[in-house]
Design a protein around this ligand. Structure first.
Ligand code: FAQ
Length: 327
């Protein structure tokens, strides 16, 4: 269906060098690529993979925080958390829509998530054990998401870039509400400070893993950067995040759980200790504490929603028939 992008000057359906060069020229000239434009199949597939995984992450990401809505300590906290979780659902919907413009259906993407074929962010396979986790997730997880997503506002694919602009504005509010929760706890009683520190200890390393494997092990980065889907490498964004977060932790009087964290004058950034990549891959491959629960919850939501999808489809079919009869 999208093969119009693969037709060479002689009418063949091969991706000719001429076609690939012309496409790269558009990318290098910072032109936005739109859904009906010719594009290499690899570019389309990379976007479907990344946007699909991103959409799944937003939707699965509602679960750890949704777990605390009924237990928020005040009406103000409950209202803010409820709004945040709803925002994440909205982000998922923009992203599914952006992926759909590339010829993949929501059903297909959901089936891939439920069968384990499509990934979602490793971070959402960790449990939320205390109220402080609502603060830490906003501060660190949304903070890491913003660091990764601001450059995506300049992604070469128009629908993804445009969706990211609104998403980043909302993530920025989420980050601040999270930091404010942690600040409140850090200035509270000893129990509250301990709860904040324990939460930080558990979420720091998984937050660093959100940026993906080291550049040398990142299968897709080089090509994605050439196509200007990604603008920075995984390690470059991780470094920016660490450099921005260390002073925030210092301001709170909390300790980041990394004894090797040290300012490096020469590079103008912090050095950090080794990341446990075995843990990362274990979680990515489905063996984190919460993987099975998360997929089970998504499957239940999808199955429970079947009647809504069927009713909406029946309504659409009936409307179409009425319109045809009126013509
Ligand atoms: N978890 O070659 P690379 C959020 C996979 S949104 C799981 O480096 P790439 C908002 C990767 O897919 C968080 N898998 O891959 C929120 C690939 O596997 P594949 C999500 C990971 O694509 C806040 C393989 O490893 N954000 O938090 C992870 O060039 C609070 C090799 O990796 C996005 O998705 C991981 N952490 O770079 C919601 C942003 N890292 O596909 C609720 C958009 C890597 O070959 C509450 N995505 N993998 O089977 C991206 O920027 C990129 O896709 C990266 C990975 C940077 C995540």
């Amino acid at each position: 269906m999208y093969s119009q992008g693969l037709i060479g000057a002689d009418g063949s359906t091969e991706e000719t060098q001429e076609f690939l060069d012309a496409f790269q020229k558009r990318i290098d000239a910072e032109e936005k690529i739109e859904p009906n434009d010719p594009m290499p199949e690899g570019y389309r597939r990379t976007l479907v993979r990344q946007i699909g995984q991103h959409a799944h992450s937003e939707i699965v990401g509602m679960l750890p925080e949704g777990n605390w809505i009924t237990r928020a300590p005040s009406l103000r906290r409950k209202a803010a958390l409820l709004a945040k979780v709803q925002d994440e659902g909205g982000h998922g919907l923009y992203l599914y829509s952006a992926a759909e413009t590339l010829g993949v259906s929501r059903e297909q993407m959901t089936e891939e998530l439920l069968s384990g074929k499509a990934k979602y962010s490793s971070i959402f396979n960790y449990p939320t054990l205390s109220w402080a986790d609502m603060g830490t997730i906003g501060w660190l997880v949304d903070g890491a998401a913003i660091m990764n997503q601001i450059p995506l506002c300049r992604c070469s694919f128009g629908p993804y870039a445009r969706a990211m602009i609104r998403v980043c504005k909302e993530e920025s509010f989420h980050q601040r509400q999270g930091y404010e929760i942690v600040m409140y706890l850090a200035r509270g009683t000893k129990e509250q400070r301990d709860m904040a520190q324990d939460s930080l200890n558990r979420w720091w390393w998984p937050s660093l893993m959100m940026f993906g494997p080291h550049d040398a092990d990142s299968a897709h980065s080089e090509q994605s950067m050439e196509w200007k889907i990604k603008r920075f490498s995984n390690d470059a964004l991780r470094q920016k995040f660490i450099d921005a977060t260390v002073p925030q932790a210092e301001f709170l009087g909390l300790t980041l759980p990394d004894p090797d964290l040290k300012w490096n004058d020469e590079k103008g950034g912090y050095d950090h200790g080794p990341i446990d990549w075995d843990e990362f891959w274990r979680v990515v491959k489905g063996d984190g504490v919460m993987n099975r629960d998360r997929v089970k919850a998504r499957k239940k939501a999808w199955d429970d929603g079947a009647w809504v999808r069927e009713a909406a489809l029946a309504h659409a079919v009936k409307r179409e028939a009425r319109m045809q009869a009126a013509e």
